[in-house]
Write a protein that binds this ligand. Structure first.
Ligand code: IPM
Ligand code: MG
Length: 367
């Protein structure tokens, strides 16, 4: 019997409401199917929260996240802030503050391919086939949070601080080493140690920790080379460990290996809390149209079941269900190909119904 769980859902901005609604329905179907109790509550974040309360992360939202067993987030961001780079209050601050306040220092971004979607990538199928990478992106340090960050010289000079402490590197590196042990035993740590002092500390710390994991084969790569290698020969990577800024950029780049940002989930883990969210953003251009791909959020539920609830088999089951729906030829607009028949291109609600139909069929069982 799986103990009852409380989940705080933060739909956020843009397509966030549509994709979290879909994922919540899938989670409810999973709870019914496997007989566990679920309590959900929703709270405001991002632009929606600014409009309603003036703050991107209201206190009630933070409290609801702290009280929950896990948090599911849609997306934050709104184009109106792009027009004013000097805006003091921005939706993204809500997400950054949440990561910091919940202590979510390890961001896991698996880049896995569905065979059905091999041709959806702009990169050749022969290059991306078989890619299975797990990124560990540090999430609460680096230039994202380093102080000082300010304007000087009457606003004509600006600075941010790239900073890491040994402790911050160690705690995420431990998680990455353990994951490497459970996977193929290979870990690539990405930095810019040929130039940056913070990267030299990063590398030195990873090298020292490696002694505790003699069964893991560690390599170090500069971030510029890593960007090239990810496109040239992505199968060389298994677990990739990197800092906040490099990880932000490399995971967007790596997402293209899978063909669509719309298929990629993520988990942000700390010692006490965890948050699950699709990698894609708020996609304001398609918000409210009912065409957003909910699968990255549904696959984030799979990660939640695996990591927060230790139900690896149910997580795997969700992935299998998504795979079956793809195998039947159904697509959302973002992953449709020129040869996809129009009646197989479904909106958010219709593709979610296909997924739930499968979950409700007793024939498909845990593997
Ligand atoms: C991400 C996003 C965020 C980040 C933004 C929305 C603040 O790009 O999760 O990758 O930069 O971390
Ligand atoms: Mg990003």
């Amino acid at each position: 019997m799986i103990p009852a769980k409380t989940i705080t859902i933060l739909p956020g901005d843009g397509i966030g409401a549509e994709v979290t609604h879909a994922a919540r329905q899938v989670l409810e179907a999973i709870a019914n199917r496997f007989g566990f109790k679920l309590k959900t509550q929703t709270a405001l974040i991002g632009h929606e929260a600014i409009v309603a309360t003036g703050k991107p992360l209201p206190e009630e939202t933070l409290a609801a996240c702290k009280a929950a067993d896990a948090v599911l987030l849609g997306a934050v961001g709104h184009p109106m802030y792009d027009l004013d780079p000097s805006a003091k209050i921005r939706p993204e601050q809500g997400l950054l503050a949440l990561r910091q306040d919940l202590g979510l220092y390890a961001n896991l971004r698996p880049i896995q391919l569905f065979d059905e979607l091999l041709d959806a990538s702009h990169i050749k199928a022969e290059t991306v086939k078989g890619v299975d990478i797990l990124f560990f992106r540090e999430l609460t340090g680096d230039v994202y949070f380093g102080q000082p960050r300010e304007r000087r010289d009457n606003g004509n000079t600006a600075l941010d601080t790239m900073i890491y402490s040994r402790y911050e590197v160690e705690r995420i590196a431990h998680k990455a080493f353990v994951a490497a042990q459970q996977r193929s035993g290979r870990l690539c740590s990405v930095d810019k140690a040929n130039v940056l002092e913070s990267s030299r500390l990063w590398r030195e710390t990873v090298q020292q920790l490696a002694k505790q994991y003699p069964d893991v084969q560690v390599t170090h790569m500069y971030v510029d080379n890593a960007a090239m290698q990810l496109i040239k020969n992505p199968r060389q990577f298994d677990v990739v460990l990197t800092g906040n800024m490099f990880g932000d950029i490399l995971t967007d780049l790596a997402s293209e290996l899978s063909g669509s940002l719309g298929m990629l989930p993520s988990a942000s883990i700390g010692d006490q809390h965890s948050l699950y969210e699709p990698i894609h953003g708020s996609a304001p251009d398609i918000a409210g149209l009912g065409v957003a791909n909910p699968m990255a959020t549904i696959l984030s539920i799979a990660l939640m079941l695996e990591i927060s609830w230790q139900q690896a088999d149910i997580g795997q089951y969700i992935r299998q269900v998504v795979d079956l729906v793809l195998k039947e030829g159904y697509r959302t607009r973002d992953i449709a190909e020129s040869h996809t028949p129009p009646h197989k291109i479904l909106g958010t609600t219709a593709i979610t119904e296909r997924i739930i139909d499968k979950i409700e069929q007793p024939a498909l069982t845990l593997i």
